[in-house]
Structures are given as structure tokens and as C-alpha cells.
Design a protein around this ligand. Structure first.
Ligand SMILES: NC(=O)c1ccc[n+]([C@@H]2O[C@H](COP(=O)([O-])OP(=O)(O)OC[C@H]3O[C@@H](n4cnc5c(N)ncnc54)[C@H](OP(=O)(O)O)[C@@H]3O)[C@@H](O)[C@H]2O)c1
Length: 312
């Protein structure tokens, strides 16, 4: 059975078609015939060896990928989510060893798999689960109330875009940064204020909110550079574990999406958000599995809007 993975860590060229054993759905599990897998920044870390500590418990090949969409072709016993064989579905995958989304057949716990949003292709659907759940978790961790102000860095990105859209849906005022060419995109995602990106992000935010914002979601990983955008007593959530809680009275949290693995209700909530137009599913391009390395090269070059998607 075909997958895209690495046997030896390296650059995009290290990705190759690998053969992995076929698996069957056990109790509480379903199997997907995967059609589409989105390419995310974290996949490049799984490919280049940055995750070696977590991966070395298993022998190669290592198969990256946290987002899959496809059709259910096997259901194990004790599955009570209402999914049936033949359903079009989407899922978040927490990769381990050869268990990643870049494979044509994938067994997952049933609660990680929800119906794909109606009216969207499977290519579009696979762009939603992981980053949508990450933004959902960040909003929970920030703990903001309607009318409060959310700042987002990297607003044109997959995570940042969902932060803006879900933040607006939660009744927040949103300020985001963007490059010159992404200004209109970020405005269209719903940001109330868009400032040019740069190392002076905090100052630009303070020009609009002199006391600082109530919460910050740091999708561009500005870390220290973004701290002063947050007011005293505000909250800062990092997607890469950054914290500086000794600096000021700010509630730093780490957004790690794997904590929502198997949260059927939250993932299904994202399906509904897609269907009612609250979130936008953005695809940059599709790549046949044999050309997955091109998708990684493109992602790492920066500036890609929407997700590159590997198709099987
Ligand atoms: N912890 C978790 O569970 C979790 C889950 C999901 C994502 N993440 C992390 O979240 C981050 C964002 O993911 P993503 O998928 O949204 O990435 P993405 O789609 O590549 O978006 C990142 C955005 O930030 C912009 N950016 C990069 N450097 C910047 C800078 N110095 N100043 C301002 N903007 C900058 C990028 O613009 P250009 O492309 O033009 O450079 C892009 O618009 C990644 O680090 C990812 O690994 C973590």
C-alpha cells in the first residue's frame, strides 16, 4: 500500500513513495481510503529530522501529515459516531512512525473522523481539520469575551486565517498583520484592522489600542516581538510553546492541537462552520503523491496562500 514518507531525513527530496502494510479497523476505529492530505509546516519538521526524538520509537519509514480527507471503507466494532461505509469524511491525524496522513489507506479512532462539509471537495475538506482545531483551541485558551480585542500574527496563513474567522464569529474585534500583498486577503477574512507585518508589530497594535489587546494568537511565531501588543492581564497563546510569564502579568498558554485528537464534537463543529460560511477553505494547489516533494519545496519557500494538497 502506497504512502509518502522518508526513510532518511532530509530536504523535500527526501520524500518518496514508500510501501506500508495494509491495516484493518479495530474496535472503535474506522478506515479511510484517503483522497487528499494537506501539507502543513509541521510536516516539514517530521521530514527533516526535527522530530527525531518523538519518531525514533518506531523504525522508518516516517509518514508525515496531520490532515486527511477520503471515503470510509471499513468500520470496526464499537463505533457509535454515525459514520457509515462510503461516507466522505475528514480527519485530524497525530502522526507516529508510518501512521501519518500521507498514505492512501489510514486507520483512525472513529472520534477523529467526521463527515466532510457538504458542498466542498475532499481536497478542500482536508485543509480544515488540523488548523481549524488549532484555532478552536487557541480561542478557548485565550478565554476572551464578546467585544474584546484579539490580535493575530500571520493572519494570511492557515491558522491565522481561521483565528480571524472564528474570532469574528465569537464576537471579537480582530487586528491582524499582513504583508503588503496579503492586506486585502486578510481584510476579506474579516479582520477589522490590518497592519503591515514587521518586527514593530507591538507598536503598530498599540497605535490602535494604546493599552494593548486582550489576547494574542501568534501564528507568525514572533514570540518576544509580540509581547508588548498585549495589555497587562491579557493573554498570549503560542503555537510553538513560547512563554515569558516572568516578564509581565500576561497569561501565556501553549496551543498544542494534539490535545484535541478525538474530539468529534469540535471537529464536527468546524464542518458546520464551513457549511455556513464562517470559515473559508483555501487550496493553493494539488500534487500527485509522487510529486509531494514539490509541495514541501513550495511551502518552505513561504508566501503560499492556501494549502498545498497531496492527492492519492
Ligand atoms: N502547536 C500546534 O498544535 C500547531 C498547530 C498548527 C500550526 N502550528 C504552527 O503555527 C504556525 C502557523 O501555521 P500555518 O499553517 O498557519 O502556517 P502558514 O500558513 O505558513 O502561515 C504563516 C503565516 O505567517 C506569515 N509570517 C511568517 N513569518 C512572519 C513574520 N516574521 N512576520 C509576520 N508574518 C510572518 C507567513 O507569511 P509568508 O508565507 O509570506 O512568509 C504566513 O502568512 C506554524 O509555525 C505551525 O507549525 C502549530
Amino acid at each position: 500500500m502506497r504512502a509518502v514518507g522518508v526513510i532518511t531525513y532530509g530536504g523535500p527530496e527526501a520524500l518518496e513513495i514508500v510501501d506500508v502494510p495494509e491495516q484493518h479497523a479495530g474496535p472503535g476505529e474506522v478506515r479511510l481510503r484517503v483522497s487528499a492530505a494537506a501539507v502543513n509546516p509541521t510536516d516539514t519538521l517530521a521530514r527533516n529530522g526535527s522530530r527525531v526524538e518523538a519518531q525514533k520509537v518506531d523504525p522508518p519509514p516516517y509518514v508525515p501529515g496531520m490532515d486527511a480527507a477520503g471515503v470510509v471503507d471499513e468500520i470496526g466494532p464499537e463505533v457509535a459516531t454515525g459514520i457509515t461505509i462510503g461516507d466522505s469524511v475528514m480527519a485530524m491525524v497525530v502522526p507516529r512512525g508510518a501512521h501519518g496522513a500521507y498514505r492512501e489507506s489510514l486507520v483512525l479512532k472513529a472520534r477523529s473522523v467526521v463527515p466532510a462539509p457538504a458542498g466542498f471537495s475532499l481536497v478542500e475538506a482536508c485543509t480544515l481539520p488540523m488548523n481549524g482545531l488549532t484555532a478552536t483551541l487557541s480561542l478557548e485558551l485565550l478565554g476572551l469575551e464578546r467585544g474584546q480585542v484579539l490580535a493575530v500574527t500571520g493572519g494570511a496563513g492557515a491558522y491565522g486565517g481561521y483565528m480571524i474567522e472564528l474570532g469574528k464569529a465569537a464576537g471579537l474585534r480582530v487586528i491582524s498583520d499582513a504583508s503588503e500583498r496579503d492586506m486585502a486577503l486578510v481584510e476579506n477574512l474579516g479582520a477589522d484592522i490590518v497592519v503591515p507585518r514587521g518586527d514593530d508589530f507591538s507598536q503598530k497594535v498599540r497605535n490602535h489600542f494604546p493599552d494593548g489587546v486582550d489576547g494574542l494568537a501568534d501564528g507568525a511565531v514572533l514570540n518576544e516581538l509580540a509581547i508588548d501588543s498585549v495589555r497587562d492581564g491579557g493573554s498570549f497563546t503560542s503555537v510553538r510553546g513560547f512563554s515569558a510569564s516572568d516578564v509581565r502579568d500576561i497569561n501565556f498558554t501553549a496551543t498544542f492541537v494534539s490535545t484535541l485528537d478525538g474530539d468529534f464534537e469540535k471537529l464536527d463543529g468546524l464542518r458546520q462552520h464551513a457549511e455556513n460560511g464562517t470559515v473559508t477553505l483555501r487550496v493553493a494547489d494539488t500534487y500527485p503523491a509522487a510529486q509531494a516533494s514539490e509541495a514541501h519545496t513550495r511551502l518552505e519557500a513561504g508566501g503560499t496562500r492556501g494549502r498545498c494538497v497531496i492527492i492519492f
